[in-house]
Structures are given as structure tokens and as C-alpha cells.
Write a protein that binds this ligand. Structure first.
Ligand SMILES: CC(C)(COP(=O)(O)OP(=O)(O)OC[C@H]1O[C@@H](n2cnc3c(N)ncnc32)[C@H](O)[C@@H]1OP(=O)(O)O)[C@@H](O)C(=O)NCCC(=O)NCCS
Length: 172
């Protein structure tokens, strides 16, 4: 399995994979009518795919920001201004290759990129994404709080997590 930077040519495959994950797991909860900007977000600092036998089997991004409610909780917990946080986002893995370490590898590459940029890795996750929550906690992430995040007319409960201390992130 190879983790590499996402390219423009990967976007169709990433979108297809996200729709498959949505059908199986309900992620993301609020699937936009046009999923493309959700994947190719203007907030992305960096994006990666996991590839196996030439197929894209996973995706993750590092974003500069997240919903304001979640940023505020992470910022208060870490006592860092929001511009010193890096948000791990858009993590999903093909249902066909689960429990083989792909999610862990993607979480790691995005966390390491955050640290390399002088940012503390943070993320948010809906409480029913139990596999993701177990992955984060297994990798040393700490739950900093819970928010009701608003997305236009919708609102969602989210747990806010902060990554391990940056000096530990490279060895986790
Ligand atoms: C969460 C997700 C990315 C994990 O991907 P994955 O490649 O299967 O994860 P890994 O194989 O790297 O798992 C690493 C560890 O996480 C935990 N874990 C992962 N999936 C789990 C599950 N279904 N149940 C319990 N623990 C799980 C385990 O501790 C696992 O280690 P182990 O297999 O040695 O026990 C994947 O399940 C997914 O895409 N889910 C839907 C989308 C989603 O919820 N994204 C997160 C949104 S915030």
C-alpha cells in the first residue's frame, strides 16, 4: 500500500470512493449535492490518497480550519490560537480494505504534515463513527470536548479530538 499526494487526476476516483463509503457507513453525514468541493476543499493545505494495486483505497486531507465551534473547543483545550491548529479531515477508507492499517497510515501522514508546518493536529468526528473514534484513541488522540456544529440549516453533534503532543506524533 502506497500513501502519496493526491493529484487532480485522482479526484473522480476519490469522489466515487467517498460515495461508496457514504452508502456503507453514512460518512459524511451531510453529503452535499455536489460532493466535489467537499473533497477538493479550498481549506486544504495538503491531501493524500492510499493506493493499492493501482486503485485508490483511501483519502485524507489536512485543512487550515474547520467549523468554528470545533476550532474554539480545540483552541481552548490546547491554549493555542486557531491559526496554530491543523485539521485532519476527509478521512475515509474503502470498505474492501478495512482493518489493514490504511486508516492509521493516512492519519499519521496528515498528523506529521501538521507538525512539520508547526500546527497541532486536531479533528472532529460524529459520535456514531465508532471505528474512526477507536482509531483516533488507539493512536493517542484525546477527546477535548463535544460541540453542536452548524452547517447552514443543519446541525450535528461532534466530538473534538486533539492529536498527541507534536514531539510524540512522529513516533506514535
Ligand atoms: C475509520 C476508518 C478510516 C478506519 O480505516 P481502517 O483502514 O479500517 O483503519 P485501520 O486498519 O488503520 O485501523 C487501525 C485501528 O483502528 C481501530 N479500528 C479501525 N476500525 C475499527 C472498527 N471497525 N472497530 C473497532 N476498531 C477499529 C483498531 O484499533 C485498528 O487496529 P487493529 O485493526 O489492529 O485492531 C474507516 O473505518 C472508514 O473509512 N470509516 C468510514 C468513514 C469515517 O468514519 N471517517 C472518519 C470521519 S471523522
Amino acid at each position: 500500500m502506497l500513501v502519496r499526494r493526491r493529484t487532480e487526476e485522482d479526484l473522480d476516483d476519490c469522489q466515487r470512493l467517498m460515495l461508496e463509503v457514504h452508502a456503507v457507513d453514512g460518512y459524511p453525514h451531510l453529503l452535499p449535492a455536489d460532493p466535489r468541493p467537499f473533497i477538493a476543499s479550498a481549506d486544504a493545505l495538503a491531501t493524500w490518497v492510499a493506493e493499492e494495486a493501482g486503485e485508490i483505497v483511501g483519502h485524507v486531507a489536512l485543512h487550515r480550519r474547520n467549523v468554528a465551534e470545533a476550532m474554539a473547543v480545540a483552541s481552548a483545550y490546547l491554549r493555542l490560537p486557531p491559526d496554530q491548529l491543523g485539521v485532519v479531515a476527509r478521512l475515509f477508507v474503502s470498505p474492501e480494505v478495512r482493518r489493514a492499517g490504511v486508516g492509521r497510515a493516512l492519519l499519521r501522514v496528515a498528523s506529521e504534515e501538521a507538525v512539520d508546518r508547526g500546527l497541532w493536529p486536531v479533528l472532529d468526528v460524529a459520535p456514531d463513527f465508532v471505528a474512526a473514534i477507536t482509531l483516533y484513541e488507539t493512536c493517542g488522540w484525546i477527546r477535548a470536548g463535544k460541540v453542536i456544529a452548524t452547517f447552514g440549516a443543519n446541525s450535528l453533534e461532534e466530538f473534538v479530538y486533539v492529536g498527541p503532543a507534536p514531539r510524540e506524533a512522529h513516533t506514535a
